[in-house]
Design a protein around this ligand. Structure first.
Ligand code: GLN
Length: 480
C-alpha cells in the first residue's frame, strides 16, 4: 500500500546525488494524479510550489552543501497549519480563501530540514471529529478500502501517507487525531509530549490539548520527522525549553529489561473488536520475546477520559473559535448591523459539529454550570495525570489499543455523535495527561483492515517510546 520509498532512503539518495528531489516530487505527483480523485486526501495540492522547492534542494546539493535530514522528501501538511500566502482552511467554510500572513513554526522547520511541502490535507472541520466526514469539502476515503473512513481528524494526512502520496505528513492530535487515523490507515502516528512541538501557527482547537506530530510509514521515518520539528520555540509560550528529542541514536537498542504495562481500561473495553484486543496481546508477546517484562495494569480514572475530554475540549474551542466573527478572517455574510453580520457569518460558516461543540463548551463554561461541568472535568483531568504518574513508577511504557475498531464504513457514525466520540476512548487519556503516545501498525482485523497498537510513555519519554514502537514494528513483521 505505502509506496514511493521511505523518507530516510529518499533523503539519503537526494543528499548523495543518487536521485534528484525533482524526480522524487514528480513520482509523488504522479501517484497523486492517479488516485487522489478517489481518495481526496488533499484540500490543495501544491504541485508548482513543490517543484520549485525540489529544484532549490537540488541546487543546494549541486553546490556541494547539505539540504538537511529531510532532503527532497515530500511532506503533506494538515490544513490547520498556517502557510504564508497559501490558502489555509481548517476544512471550514468560515476560513475559505484565507491566506495566512506567516508560516507555522513546523512549516519553517520542515523546510529548513529540506522537506518539500506537497499539499494541504483534508481534516474534520477545525479538527473536530474522528472520521474526516466533518470536512466542509467532502470526506477523505481510506486507501485500504475506499468505502471506509480514514479516521480523523487528520484523515487526509494519514491517507496521504498510506496511499503513497507523500512519505511524511504532519497532523495535530487534541484527543487522538493523529493516532486514530494512523491506526485506521495502517501507518505510524505520533503525539509527542505536550510542549515538545511548537503550536505556533497551528490553528487552535483546544489549546491545552493540541499537539502537532508526525505520520510516516515506519517508526524510523517518524523519528526523523519528530527530530526535525521538535524543540523549543519562543513563539509558543507552552513550548518546553529543551532541544528536540534524540530518537534515532537509540532506536535499535531493543527492549530488554523494560517494564511494559498493558492498560486494562484502554484494552479490555466494551465494544472493542476481539482482533484489536488480540493484536495488543500479540504485540505484548512480541515485546516479551524481545526481553521486556510485561504485565497488565489498571489506570482507573482513564474510564472517565471521554467525559472529561468532551467538556474541556469544547470549552476551550468555544473560546478559541470566538475570533471567527466575519471581521478578521475568511467568510463574511453581510447584514444590517455588526451583531447580525457576526451571527449570519457564523451560521453560514460553521458546520454542525463545530456548532455543537461551541454550544456544549459555552454551556459548560456558563455561570451556574461552570463548577459542575468544566471544574469537575478539570479535577478528573488531574486524577488521570496522577494515575499515570503512579503507574509510571512501576512501568517504563504502557501499551493499549489505539482505536477499538478497524476503519468503519462512511456514514456509519455520522448520525450518532456519541458513537463518534467513543472512537477516542483509548486516545484521549494521553492528551489529558500531556504524555506522549503513538500508534504502530500491528496485523489486520476484519476485512484485512489495519490495526494499530498504542505505545504510551511518561512526559518526555519519547526515546523509550520509539524504541518500544520499533520493537513492535519488528514483531509485526514476523506475524503472518
Ligand atoms: N476525535 C476527537 C474530537 O473530535 C479528537 C480530535 C482531535 O484530536 N483533533 O475532538
Amino acid at each position: 500500500m505505502t509506496g514511493g520509498g521511505g523518507a530516510r532512503r529518499i533523503a539519503d539518495d537526494v543528499r548523495s546525488g543518487a536521485r534528484t528531489a525533482r524526480d522524487v516530487v514528480e513520482e509523488h505527483l504522479t501517484a497523486i494524479a492517479a488516485r487522489e480523485p478517489e481518495i481526496h486526501a488533499f484540500n490543495l495540492v501544491l504541485a508548482d510550489e513543490a517543484r520549485a522547492a525540489a529544484d532549490a534542494v537540488d541546487e543546494v546539493v549541486a553546490r556541494g552543501d547539505d539540504p538537511g535530514p529531510l532532503a527532497g522528501v515530500p511532506l503533506a501538511l494538515k490544513d490547520n497549519m498556517c502557510t504564508r500566502g497559501i490558502v489555509t482552511t481548517c476544512s471550514s467554510r468560515i476560513l475559505e480563501g484565507w491566506r495566512p500572513p506567516y508560516d507555522a513554526t513546523v512549516v519553517e522547520r520542515v523546510r529548513a530540514a529540506g522537506a518539500v511541502v506537497i499539499g494541504k490535507t483534508n481534516l474534520d472541520e477545525f479538527a473536530m471529529g474522528s472520521s474526516t466526514e466533518n470536512s466542509a469539502f467532502g470526506p477523505t476515503r481510506n486507501p485500504h478500502d475506499p468505502t471506509r473512513v480514514p479516521g480523523g481528524s487528520s484523515g487526509g494526512s494519514a491517507a496521504a501517507v498510506a496511499a503513497g502520496f507523500a512519505p511524511l505528513a504532519l497532523g495535530s492530535d487534541t484527543g487522538g487525531s493523529i493516532r486514530q487515523p494512523a491506526a485506521l490507515c495502517g501507518v505510524v502516528g505520533v503525539k509527542p509530549t505536550y510542549g515538545v512541538v511548537s503550536r505556533y501557527g497551528l490553528i487552535a482547537f483546544a489549546s491545552s490539548l493540541d499537539q502537532i506530530g508526525p505520520f510516516a510509514a515506519t517508526v524510523e521515518d517518524a523519528a526523523v520527522l519528530l527530530e526535525a520539528i521538535g524543540g523549543h520555540d519562543p513563539c509558543d509560550s507552552t513550548s518546553i525549553a529543551r532541544p528536540a528529542p534524540s530518537l534515532l541514536a537509540g532506536l535499535d537498542d531493543g527492549v530488554s529489561g523494560l517494564r511494559v504495562g498493558i492498560v486494562d481500561e484502554m484494552t479490555e473495553i466494551d465494544g472493542i473488536e476481539p482482533r484489536v484486543r488480540e493484536a495488543v496481546r500479540a504485540a505484548a508477546g512480541g515485546l516479551e520475546a524481545a526481553g521486556a517484562k510485561v504485565d497488565t495494569v489498571s489506570v482507573p480514572s482513564a474510564t472517565y477520559g471521554i467525559a472529561a475530554y468532551y467538556l474541556i475540549a469544547p470549552a476551550e474551542a468555544s473560546s478559541n473559535l470566538a475570533r471567527y466573527d466575519g471581521v478578521r478572517y475568511g467568510l463574511r455574510v453581510d447584514a444590517e448591523d455588526v451583531a447580525h453580520m457576526n451571527a449570519a457569518t457564523r451560521e453560514a460558516g460553521f458546520g454542525r459539529e463545530v456548532k455543537r461543540r461551541i454550544m456544549l463548551g459555552t454551556y459548560a463554561l456558563s455561570a451556574g454550570y461552570y463548577d459542575a461541568y468544566y471544574g469537575q472535568a478539570q479535577r478528573v483531568r488531574t486524577l488521570i495525570l496522577r494515575d499515570f504518574e503512579r503507574v509510571y513508577e512501576q512501568f517504563d511504557v504502557l501499551i493499549a489499543a489505539t482505536s477499538p475498531t478497524v476503519a468503519f464504513e462512511l456514514g456509519a457514525k455520522t448520525a450518532d455523535p456519541l458513537a463518534m466520540y467513543l472512537c477516542d476512548v483509548c486516545t484521549v487519556p494521553a492528551n489529558l495527561s500531556g504524555h506522549p503516545a503513538m500508534s504502530v501498525p500491528f496485523g489486520t482485523g476484519e476485512g484485512g483492515l489495519p490495526i494499530g497498537v498504542q505505545v504510551l510513555a511518561p512526559a518526555l519519554g519519547e526515546a523509550t517510546m520509539f524504541r518500544v514502537a520499533r520493537a513492535i514494528e519488528q514483531a509485526a513483521g514476523k506475524t503472518p
